[in-house]
Design a protein around this ligand. Sequence first.
Ligand SMILES: C[S@@+](CC[C@H](N)C(=O)[O-])C[C@H]1O[C@@H](n2cnc3c(N)ncnc32)[C@H](O)[C@@H]1O
Length: 261
Amino acid sequence: MDKRVEQNRAGWDLRAEAHASGASLYDVDGFRAGESSLRPFELEALGDVRGRSLLHLMCHFGLDTLSWARLGAEVTGLDFSGEAIAAARRLADEVGLPARFVQADVYDAADVLDADYDIVIATYGVLMWLPDLPEWARVVARLLRPGGVLFIGEFHPQQGQVDADLRITTSYFRTEPRTTEVAASYTGQQIAPHTQITWPWTISGLVNALVDAGLHINRLDELPVDLRQRHPTMEQGPDGLWRIPGNPIPLLLTCRATKPA
Ligand SMILES: C[S@@+](CC[C@H](N)C(=O)[O-])C[C@H]1O[C@@H](n2cnc3c(N)ncnc32)[C@H](O)[C@@H]1O
C-alpha cells in the first residue's frame, strides 16, 4: 500500500472508532430504531434495489450499506479501516441485517471481490482520499456486471477551494496532494493528532476517468445543498439539508454511470 494511503488508514481507524461510538452527524440510534441514513439523491438514482447485489465502496462503519440492506439489496461493504469494518459487522449483527463487510484497499477491490455487482456506490467524502482517480474508475468498471450501475454522491470540489467566507483560497486546478495535521474529525469529535494526505480532483477529471474506464455517464448533477453545515451563513431546510442563501456555489454532486451491456 502507498505509504500515504497507509498513513490515512491509521487516521480512519481513529475516526471510525469515534464515529461508531456516537457522533451526532451519524444517527446510529435512529438507524437502530428503523430509520434510513440514505439521502433522496441516491434513492431516486437507483430506484428499487430489492434482490440486487450492491457494493458500497469505502463504506465507513456501514450505516448507508445497512440502510440499503434494509431496502432489500444484497449488500457488500468494503473499507480499508479495520475499525470501520469491525464496527460495521457489530452494527449488522445488532440490527440483524444480512451484509458482508470486507477490509481491503479500494484499489484491491476487484481482486478480493467477485466482479459482477448490479450496483456500486461511493458516497460523500471518498474521492479526496484517492491518489489515482483513473485507476479507481477502472477498478469500479471491473467490479460492475455488464449493465450494472455506479452511483457517486460527493462534496463538490469547489467547496475545497473556498474559506468560511467563500473567498477563493486555492486554485481549482491544483494537482499536488495536501498534507494536513488534524486532531479532530469532521464530526467535531477530538481524535489523536495525526497527519492526513488528500488529493485534489475536478469535475472534468472525474468525468474523463469514468469515460476512459468505459463507463457511460447517464447523469451528472451539481446541487446547492450539503449534508452538514460548513459555512456560517448556511441554513438548514425542512429536508435536513443545508443551503447557502442565494446558492453562490455548488455544494454536492451526484453522478450515475452504467457499464455497457
Ligand atoms: C468519509 S468516509 C465515507 C462516508 C460514508 N459514505 C458514510 O456514509 O459513512 C470515507 C471512507 O473511505 C475509507 N477509505 C479511504 N481511503 C480508502 C482506501 N484507499 N481504500 C478503502 N477505503 C478507504 C475510509 O476508511 C472511510 O471509512
